[in-house]
Design a protein around this ligand. Structure first.
Ligand code: G6P
Length: 614
């Protein structure tokens, strides 16, 4: 995680860097810092604990003149959040400054060796090892900064995206990456670098996504140069960004999370556009159409994902099993990669990741490719690592998601999974055409139905006041509503810090039922589906033990309305399409409970949106 920014060009360097840090704050926000090379050839480093706002306050009376600079917003891995551990880090002689996103696995070994050579360390970070190593190589080999960076990186095991500047050279920034993302923006008389394109888009649409072990040489007045670690020049592929600035702003909402919840009718329209055609009769996913043979010969599907994306994957299992008659497994990428998974060329491994950068998911993809499996990616961020590492895939196209708690990306992922299951079913003939037509037609209505569900907003805001001070919550669901329960519980704990457990409703009697009393509310997702009668029993079991119940039910439901304390009604849908609709009220409930508690919903403590470390 962590976000890095760099800028070399005309105008106010500090302003460009700080604005960029604000855009990257979703990647971590326990401390922030900036290094500026000023016209006298000195480097000023300013860094402090807390969010980027703090850094701005800290810098108010500082010398901010600069010709180039690098900056960082941190999510601590090695060393607690502190002023000292914040980036940028200086080399021992103060000649070189560096920012880093990633983890250096062999840092201890390198650090011990450097200490033996007389190096003194000033922080507990793995990053400081990098900058000291670069300095050591530079002094020992009497070489340029570029050569020192290349040689140092050859000794490093781990993940890095780095930007490096040196004293007396305000005309150069060296940047490099391996397994952590880095984008270079090419402006008319300026060059930018950042962990993603969001700090760059307002200045230029021309970007270059650095590849693993590529080093960028950014020089004033000279074209960008890319080399590999052996100093051989590599190709520069310039991509045009489709992102717009308005997508990165709150657009009148108090928080990104609320904006993103309310954007869902339009993000789902974007997600479906051109993919459900002929009035719902055909599902067109290029990723499937271009790889028909791989899907036809598949004997099994294995999902790998983390966090909210894992909940979407669980829904993918229900969808593919129901529609395509294929066995499906769902794995946490972090467990999968260390579990000696048995894979072969008949497996389709589907990796789901909003950011496209999650380290564990990327590692799982690499293993699957090695085993000969066909790897399919479902991501949001165009040009991110996962779409580039997979054989094929589908973007969810929901636009930048900035709130750390995922909302519109989750519904986009579930939408893509529904279309994916339908297009495989179409290909394999495992669903009657009438069923495909019926579901296709419903899919086209989903954006309007989500709009209708969002009208529950005020009711949910009022309801949230009753439960703000509950200390524990239980979320229950069965079948397609079970992953929705897991996701609802995750949303609540992420942003309100209330303990919440998602559970399969029928499993409740094997443990969680013991927790139920008048102080432990249960949120029960109970739409009219083939398990409806069963979940009515579960609702009764909770009530019989004095529990308070908030139930998500299908419009017109009378039975549960008579038992539950509160009901939130959602439109009737075919069972497999209910998750998108029923997850919306749960997003709003978490949002309002967290707001009532005065929490920072967009940047919850300890979390980061993009987890690029193990
Ligand atoms: C972090 C985020 C979650 C996200 C998870 C997986 O924990 O806070 O919102 O679901 O990472 O991220 P990915 O980008 O792979 O979907």
């Amino acid at each position: 995680m962590c976000g890095i920014v760099g800028y070399l060009g005309e105008g106010n360097v500090y302003d460009v860097l700080v604005k960029g840090l604000h855009r990257l704050e979703y990647r971590g926000y326990d401390s922030a810092g900036i290094a500026l090379v000023n016209p006298n050839g000195n480097i000023n480093i300013y860094k402090t604990m807390g969010k980027v706002d703090n850094l701005e306050k800290f810098c108010q009376d500082k010398d901010l003149k600069a010709l180039a600079g690098i900056a960082h917003t941190r999510w601590a891995t090695h060393g607690e959040p502190s002023d000292n551990n914040a980036h940028p880090h200086f080399s021992d002689d103060g000649e070189i400054a560096l920012v880093h996103n990633g983890t250096i696995e062999n840092y201890k070994l390198l650090k011990d060796a450097l200490i033996q050579h007389g190096c003194q360390f000033h922080s507990e970070t793995d990053t400081e090892v990098l900058v000291q190593l670069i300095e050591y190589v530079k002094l020992t080999n009497k070489c340029s900064l570029l050569d020192a960076v290349r040689e140092a990186l050859k000794q490093v095991i781990g993940a890095y995206a780095i930007a490096v500047i040196e004293k007396n050279n305000p005309d150069t920034i060296i940047a490099a990456r391996k397994s952590s993302p880095l984008v270079i923006g090419i402006g008319e008389d300026a060059t930018f670098l950042a962990s993603d394109a969001t700090p760059i888009v307002e200045y230029t649409k021309n970007v270059v996504y650095l590849k693993d072990e590529e080093v960028a040489v950014i020089r004033r007045g000279k074209p960008l140069k890319l080399v590999n670690l052996d100093n051989e020049e590599t190709n520069i592929d310039v991509t045009t960004l489709k992102l717009s600035i308005s997508q990165l702003e709150k657009g009148g909402y108090p928080h990104f999370m609320l904006k993103e919840i309310f954007e869902q009718p339009s993000t789902l329209r974007d997600c479906i556009r051109g993919r459900v055609v002929e009035d719902g009769k055909r599902i067109m996913l290029n990723g499937v159409n271009d790889n028909k043979e791989r899907f036809l010969k598949a004997k099994r599907v294995v999902f790998v994902a983390c966090g909210t994306s894992w909940h979407a994957a669980l829904l993918g299992k229900y969808l593919i099993q129901d529609m395509c008659h294929l066995p499906v497994e769902v794995e946490y990428a972090s467990e999968f990669r260390y579990s000696n998974p048995v894979l072969d060329e008949h497996d389709i491994v589907i990796a789901i990741s909003q950011s496209g950068e999650t380290a564990d998911t990327l590692a799982a993809i690499k293993m699957a490719r090695k085993a000969g499996s066909f790897v399919y990616g479902i991501s949001n961020v165009v040009g991110s690592s996962i779409p580039r590492e997979t054989h094929s895939g589908t973007y969810i196209h929901v636009g930048p998601e900035i709130g750390v708690a995922s909302t519109k990306a989750f519904t986009g992922q579930v939408m893509v999974l529904t279309m994916l299951a339908l297009s495989i079913a179409q290909l394999k003939n495992t669903l009657p055409q009438e069923k495909i037509n019926e579901l296709g037609k419903y899919i086209l209505q989903i954006p309007d139905l989500v709009e209708q569900v969002l009208k529950l907003n005020e009711k949910i805001e009022r309801l949230s006041l009753i439960y703000t001070y509950a200390r524990n919550f239980l979320y229950l669901g069965r079948g397609y509503s079970y992953p929705v329960a897991l996701e609802g519980a995750l949303k609540l704990k992420e942003i309100s810090y209330i303990h919440a457990e998602g559970y399969p409703a029928a499993e409740m009697k094997h443990g969680p039922i013991a927790l139920i009393d008048e102080e432990m509310p249960s949120v029960i997702i109970a739409p009219k589906d083939h398990l409806y009668d069963k979940i009515v029993n579960n609702v009764q079991q909770v009530k019989a033990r004095g529990g308070n119940i908030i139930a998500i039910v299908t419009e017109g439901d009378k039975v549960i309305k008579n038992i539950a304390d509160h009901v939130l009604e959602v439109p009737e849908m075919p069972e497999c399409l209910t998750p998108i609709i029923s997850s919306i009220p749960l997003q709003l409930l978490s949002y309002y409970i967290a707001i009532n508690k005065g929490k920072n919903v967009d940047m919850p403590r300890n979390l980061a949106k993009s987890v690029t470390v193990e």
